[in-house]
Design a protein around this ligand. Structure first.
Ligand code: PLP
Length: 348
């Protein structure tokens, strides 16, 4: 750290991304990416010819295609350089002094609250890792909830979200739906019923585009106007031309999207039954990952042994013995099951 870093940031602890190995030697189940490739990369050289020109700051085509697909007006959505950027815009637009979020949840919620000088109220989960909706009633501050939550994978019902919205009518409630496509619950349609909800989503998980960086917020037009004000005061050209084009293809190739999501959901169910038989305790997941722990083997040991078999998973040393395992392709999961049996049987 230099002596020039502003004083307020001297204690800032940055978000730590999961390992991104340089070589292709691992089955990468540590950062919740989609294991299937994105559609539309064949069009990129046509788009790239125009990279000497600035990209469309309004993402016009993407907005239209996306709006049609999700039944939104063009002023009810805004895109960002990943949903992380959209989350940052929301913090800047809607958080005066404080923000509340579950503990545990996505690491960026507390990193951003420090970065933006906010008091972050961390609301504990129940002992079975659930969000208790009453804990979020009438807090008098902005609230952010990942639904499904990460890294648990547990989802709150639409009714519970509505209850939280009704009990916070003077504050914004941000619902981060990074994993919603892998489950049954989405709050998108609530934007016309409640004026205090912002739904944030991403193309990184269900839409195979983590490396392209594309996220969005959906809300009523007044709220989107507020987020746009921040975006246009920070980086109007935030979504590059290649990414905009890939986003359009992702929406247009709907069958491929659904096929990938279906395969992942099917594998998730299969993997959870498999883990049950091997004496694991796994939380009920509505996401593209499972959060699980073994009866006897520690999380650190399991993660290490999997690594020796070239399988990367995420172990958080602050959350007990659980490991978070992203669901891979069917053939990757076949290999993973073999190695799990080997590791667990050798240990007992
Ligand atoms: C992955 C993730 C994001 C970030 O997504 P990007 O669009 O890649 O920035 C946001 N929220 C949650 C809960 C996530 O897990």
């Amino acid at each position: 750290m230099s002596k020039f870093l502003v004083q307020n940031l001297s204690n800032l602890v940055a978000y730590v991304p999961g390992e991104q190995p340089k070589k292709n030697e691992f089955i990468k189940l540590n950062t919740n990416e989609n294991p299937y490739p994105p559609p539309g990369v064949d069009i990129l050289s046509d788009v790239a010819i125009n990279l000497n020109l600035y990209n469309d700051p309004n993402c016009t085509k993407l907005t239209n295609v996306f709006g049609k697909y999700y039944n939104l007006a063009e002023d009810e959505v805004i895109f960002g350089n990943g949903s992380d950027e959209i989350l940052a815009f929301c913090y800047m637009a809607f958080c005066e002094k404080e923000i509340a979020f579950p503990n545990i949840s996505y690491g960026f919620y507390s990193v951003y609250s420090e970065l933006f000088g906010l008091a972050g109220q961390k609301i504990p989960l129940t002992s079975d890792f659930r969000i208790n909706k009453e804990d979020y009633f009438n807090l008098g501050k902005t609230i952010i909830i990942a639904n499904p939550n990460a890294p648990t994978g547990i989802v709150l019902s639409l009714e519970d979200i509505e209850d939280i919205l009704k009990h916070n009518q003077n504050n914004i409630v941000i619902i981060d739906e990074a994993y919603a496509d892998f489950g049954e619950v989405t709050c998108k349609k609530l934007i016309n019923q409640y004026d205090n909800i912002v739904v944030v989503g991403t193309f990184s998980k269900s839409r195979n585009l983590a490396g392209a960086r594309l996220g969005y917020a959906i809300a009523n037009r007044d709220l989107i106007e507020d987020i746009k004000l921040i975006k246009n005061s920070f980086n109007p050209y935030n979504v590059n031309a290649l990414t905009q084009a890939l986003g359009v293809v992702s929406i247009e190739q709907d069958e491929y999207f659904k096929e990938c999501v279906d395969k992942i959901v099917t594998e998730r169910k299969r993997f959870i039954s498999f883990l049950d038989e091997l004496d694991f305790h796994t939380l009920p997941s509505s996401a593209n990952f499972v959060f699980t722990k073994h009866n006897t083997m520690s999380g650190a040991e399991l993660a290490q042994k999997l690594r020796e078999h070239k399988i990367l998973v995420r172990y958080f040393d602050k959350i007990g013995e659980y490991v978070r395992i992203t669901i891979g392709t069917t053939s990757q999961m076949d290999y993973v099951r073999q190695k799990f049996i080997k590791i667990i049987k050798a240990d007992v």
